[in-house]
Design a binder for this molecule. Structure first.
Ligand code: PHE
Length: 347
């Protein structure tokens, strides 16, 4: 073959290589084409052999063409390899499983609504200068009734349907029916003046209905000082109502009876459902009852060894569930204790 024949063969081979490499369907095929166009049995190898038989003057031209062919085909092969690597990279990208997604771990819990209400009220009263105390849920008959001016067999006992504990003398140990026995414990433990709130669980032998549960929470307040009047009680209740329910909500006191306070009152707040205009929830009165209060009865002071001539004071007690129900529009007390997360997670 002449030099120009060899160069023409290389040109034709280059066109074929170009086409074949671009059409390659797999990485293995690319390597196969490498052998076909540059290997021992390739056109390029045969041209290289034939250069030796050419005139010395013709050799450089064919040699140069052969080099150009090799460089071009190698570039094509390399380009194809890189494209495939990139393609695989794309596939890796699209098939990748993102393990950095946040897992579905246990959701973090929070304080129960009753606890939240309790803490908020404690904070509020601490802001008024009160202390906070807690006491036992199992009480003596004396603390729960006797010292609170409710002697045995007194008809006022029927105000609290009591659950007794089988311990000691019959009917002497009980589950406290209100937080008022804490008044006794606190006054027996310290001298006046007293400014204190006492939250906690209470129990009554009661059938569950929308507003009553055999177990519930109260917060008791007790103030004992010189010259405390009913005006102080009314003002405290009004201040607390506004602070807890928001401005525009008012408290009112209505004459009532409790053996351990004289005079006694029930306190009510503007109904949040109708804002005071009257609705089904508040029996059209515009008010909802929250708890009881009054001036500490002198007999209670005497029972704990305080001098009723020197000291006067007031006490109040109300239900925490009631407070939450009124504030958040909850219509059944049982929802507090069903542990339904759909309810609990709202607060
Ligand atoms: N202990 C009373 C009750 O449970 C409420 C109350 C507390 C009334 C303090 C007056 C003073 O019904």
């Amino acid at each position: 073959m002449t030099a120009s024949d060899l160069i023409a063969r290389l040109d034709a081979e280059r066109g074929a290589a170009d086409e074949a490499i671009r059409a390659a369907r797999s990485a293995a095929e690319v390597e196969e084409l490498d052998r076909r166009f540059l290997g021992k049995a390739s056109v390029a190898a045969s041209v290289k052999e034939q250069i030796k038989g050419l005139d010395t003057a013709d050799r450089p031209g064919v040699g140069k063409a052969l080099n150009e062919f090799r460089t071009a085909v190698e570039a094509l092969l390399q380009g194809e390899r890189e494209r495939r690597a990139g393609g695989d990279g794309d596939r890796l990208g699209s098939e990748r499983i993102d393990v950095t997604l946040p897992g579905r771990g246990p959701t973090r819990g929070h304080l129960h609504l009753v606890t939240q209400v309790q803490r908020e009220l404690e904070d509020l009263f601490v802001g008024f200068g009160y202390r906070v105390a807690e006491g036992p849920e199992v009480e003596t008959d004396w603390n729960n009734f006797g010292a609170l001016n409710i002697p045995e067999a007194h008809p006022a006992r029927s105000m609290w349907d009591t659950l007794y504990v089988r311990l000691g003398e019959p009917e002497q140990v009980l589950l406290r029916t209100h937080t008022s026995p804490m008044q006794i414990r606190v006054m027996q433990a310290q001298e006046p003046p007293v400014y204190i709130v006492m939250p906690g669980r209470c129990y009554r032998k009661e059938t569950l209905d929308a507003r009553h549960s055999p177990m519930f929470h109260q917060i008791e307040g007790l103030v004992v000082d010189r010259g405390i009047t009913f005006g102080d009680l009314a003002g405290t209740i009004e201040a607390f109502t506004e602070a807890y329910f928001g401005a525009g909500h008012h408290a009112r006191l209505r004459p009532s009876y409790f053996p351990f306070t004289e005079p006694s009152a029930e306190f009510e707040v503007t109904c949040i459902f109708c804002e005071g205009s009257g609705c089904g929830t508040c029996s059209q009165s515009g008010w909802i009852e929250l708890g009881g209060c009054g001036m500490v009865d002198p007999n209670v002071f005497t029972a704990v060894g305080y001098d009723p001539e020197e000291w006067s004071g007031f006490a109040f007690g109300f239900g925490l569930e009631r407070m939450a129900m009124i504030r958040f529009g909850i219509d059944h007390i049982k929802t507090f204790y069903e542990n339904d997360v759909r309810f609990l997670s709202q607060f």
